[in-house]
Design a protein around this ligand. Structure first.
Ligand code: HEC
Ligand code: HEC
Length: 667
């Protein structure tokens, strides 16, 4: 039944009030909402709890110290201190054991990860913004640039093979995993991974590697083989509904779900208790003992099973009552030996109360895994992590006097067993000194600020709010943070059921200046209003207009997403001509620097009108349209998704469509 815009607004306002009041009533009856000790349904309240039988062995792993360089992080332990990259100040910082800076090097903002090659007293530092990996000498207690290895567009994750001969690097914009020879800097091989790859980790025997993704719900497994041979690539799905239970063990078969098919288009079984859930925001992967790997991630449930699907709902993914649409987990993977049946990777899941678990580090001496909550500012110790006796150790807050940290890197100092945490918001190193049994909470020491921030104080406050989990101010019971759906200011690639419509999460970075009005239906005239209304929809108790200004300052300063390397520049030129021609008529609505007329059009069947979106960052923002009904740019131009008559594309030939796509991917 078609509704007028007015009815929709009225309906949503009414349901909003109900959702809001209910959330408020509940938070009042719970003493310490932030600690989740009030029996709220659907939110993990325990630091760590296995949901499946553990995969680990009955005995402790052979205590072989695997090098930390098997997976990158923002921090690495050195024998005399630590090495850190701070994406905010753009510095590589070397600190002593007391956290005092002893040497530094400008590497430019947005450096993402580093690994230390202890044997050769050097480090590999990924410069995400300039498509290179810096080779940095650590000799004589300093940091000095030796060389740079060129990569494809937007390198992010890095890992060094156990023999130090090969460096693996993921590249976000070009969606690749590339192996470089550390001696010559030459490329050995390169693999197409699919959208949004992030971390990479090599197994201690050097036989395989795992790559994580922000938006596809899978982990890539790469059987490395030897020499320059192209390795074998397969995918393990972590999405719950696609993991059929076989003989008590969960087997994943990624064959049913190629990574290039957008999540909204996948056939996902419907779980009557949990709705449809999707794995998102996996940054790190790491091997622990006994051949087990761990991948911290988020479980998003955009359409809850509770409630009638047609009933208008106030909150994101909300149904009747409150069931958390976002939860956090750790996936345990038991991968078979290389060469054996690649499809049969066993998985077991654990729930965690860490919000946005991101960085991790493993101590092979004690078989303890440490994981940090980027949104909850705490670190969790998991004891006997590769054994059937796996259990929770301590969970420790790492905030300083300013009340935040945003840990994005962890390392174990193998000489002392201390855990080193890098706080990306305060730019401090936190040292955690616990006992080997992880039974007593560790002693916590904070360094001084290592470097000055490049961000304004408003941007910093906005950044802090954006990733803040467990804040009832932002969302119902603090279950969701902005970064839960817009990690790095991007999009989770999901469509959320909200206010009676199926709405896709839009990309934010690079798309928010001169693009008003906001929201798919253009209901919010400016960004400040849009942010305040978003928080209400999330069931938060509300932010002030000054808070919204801070969020706005942070969001509008985010750099535009990088575009993939152009393969055929003449196709791009032809595509641009087509885009600007009367033949297609695209410019009628997508004109100007932001490619939007900032007007609403009657193109959708379920929304009264749709605001013309900016086309910035299209190469990374699939699926498309307000409802995610076009899974690729090609299908958008050929089949129109659910949209009728957007521009004139029906008479375009195949070659013209591919030219147009080539051009759109450069925006
Ligand atoms: C549960 C997932 C989710 C969370 C959490 C979330 N968003 Fe969104 N965001 C969406 C979806 C879906 C839309 C589209 C909604 C619409 O158009 O009505 C959206 C739209 C927006 C828009 C409008 C963009 C445009 O171009 O029109 C902005 C800005 C935004 N979100 C910022 C935020 C901020 C800031 C937070 C935290 C306070 C946040 N979001 C939390 C999913 C989410
Ligand atoms: C009449 C105005 C109009 C014309 C002409 C037009 N568009 Fe659009 N475009 C829109 C609107 C409105 C939307 C949002 C539709 C929706 O999501 O429901 C949109 C969405 C898109 C999207 C999806 C963006 C995203 O992030 O989901 C792409 C890509 C796009 N248009 C490209 C084109 C191209 C290429 C042409 C020319 C062939 C074109 N448009 C012509 C108004 C227009």
């Amino acid at each position: 039944m078609p509704r007028t815009l007015r009815t929709v607004t009225a309906l949503s306002a009414a349901t909003l009030c109900i959702a809001f009041a209910a959330a408020e009533a509940r938070s009042k009856s719970i003493a310490h909402v932030q600690e989740f000790d009030g029996g709220i349904s659907g939110i993990n309240q325990v630091g760590f709890q296995m949901q499946d039988p553990p995969l680990g062995s009955t005995h402790a792993p052979a205590a072989k110290a695997a090098p930390a360089s098997l997976a990158g992080s923002t921090i690495a332990a050195l024998t005399d201190g630590a090495l850190v990259i701070d994406a905010d100040s753009g510095k590589l910082l070397r600190a002593d054991r007391d956290g005092k800076v002893v040497a530094q090097l400008d590497v430019g903002p947005e450096a993402s990860q580093l690994v230390v090659d202890r044997k050769n007293d050097r480090a590999f530092v990924v410069d995400r913004a300039h498509d290179q990996v810096l080779v940095v000498s650590l000799a004589d207690g300093g940091v000095a640039k030796l060389d740079a290895i060129r990569t494809a567009a937007e390198p992010f994750g890095v890992a060094l093979s156990p023999n130090g001969a090969t460096l693996l690097v993921t590249q976000v914009a070009d969606q690749r995993l590339t192996a470089f020879d550390t001696g010559s800097g030459f490329e050995k091989w390169s693999l197409d991974l699919g959208p949004e790859p992030r971390g990479v980790s090599i197994s201690p025997d050097g036989d395989e590697a795992l790559v994580t993704f922000l938006t596809t719900g899978v982990v890539a497994r790469v059987e490395l083989g030897s020499g320059s041979a192209q390795p074998r690539l397969s995918f393990v799905s972590l999405d719950p509904a696609t993991a059929p239970v076989v003989g008590g063990a969960v087997f994943n078969d990624f064959a049913q779900q190629p990574s290039n098919v957008a999540p909204s288009n996948r056939a996902v079984a419907f779980n009557p208790d949990r709705g449809k859930s999707f794995v998102r925001n996996a940054f790190a992967a790491g091997y622990v003992g006994n051949g087990i790997a761990v991948v911290p991630h988020q479980l998003s449930t955009p359409h809850l099973a509770t409630g009638d699907f047609e009933a208008p709902s106030g909150g994101y993914g909300g149904g009747n009552g409150f069931t958390a649409p976002v939860n956090h987990r750790l996936a345990f993977l038991d991968t078979p030996d290389v060469g054996q049946d690649a499809g049969s990777v066993r998985t077991a899941m654990a729930a965690t109360s860490l919000h946005q678990p991101r960085a991790m580090a493993y101590d092979g001496q004690t078989d303890t895994l440490y994981v940090a909550g980027y949104g909850s500012d705490d670190v969790l110790a998991i004891a006997d992590v590769s054994q059937s006796s796996v259990h929770m150790g301590w969970q420790q807050s790492v905030v300083d006097g300013s009340g935040s940290c945003a840990p994005d890197g962890l390392a174990v100092d193998s000489d002392t067993g201390n855990v080193l945490v890098f706080c990306s918001l305060t730019r401090k190193i936190v040292r955690l000194k616990g006992d080997a049994d992880t039974t007593t909470a560790p002693a916590v020491t904070h360094s001084d600020e290592l470097a000055k921030s490049n961000l304004s104080s408003a941007e910093l406050r906005g950044k802090k709010m954006f990733r803040q989990g467990r804040s009832p101010m932002i969302s119902s019971f603090g279950a969701m943070a902005c970064a839960s759906c817009h990690a790095e200011g991007r999009s989770d690639g999901l469509t959320w059921f909200l206010q009676g419509n199926i709405l896709q999460t839009p990309f934010l970075a690079g798309r928010l200046v001169d693009t008003h009005p906001f929201k798919w239906d253009g209901q919010d005239a400016n960004l400040n209003v849009s942010l305040t209304s978003t928080v209400k929809r999330l069931g938060g108790s509300g932010i002030t207009s000054a808070d919204a200004d801070d969020l706005q300052a942070f969001l509008t300063a985010l750099p535009k997403p990088r575009t993939p390397t152009v393969e055929d520049s003449s196709a791009v030129v032809r595509g641009k001509q087509l885009f600007e021609s009367e033949t297609t008529g695209c410019l009628n609505c997508h004109d100007g620097a932001m490619s939007t007329d900032r007007k609403r059009h009657d193109l959708a069947s379920d929304l009264k009108s749709v605001d013309t979106p900016s086309l910035i960052g299209l190469a990374q923002s699939a699926p498309y349209y307000h409802d995610g009904s076009a899974t690729s740019l090609d299908s958008l131009l050929r089949n129109n998704g659910s949209i009728h008559a957007m521009g004139r594309t029906s008479r375009l030939e195949d070659a013209q469509i591919s030219d147009l796509v080539a051009y759109l991917e450069t925006l």
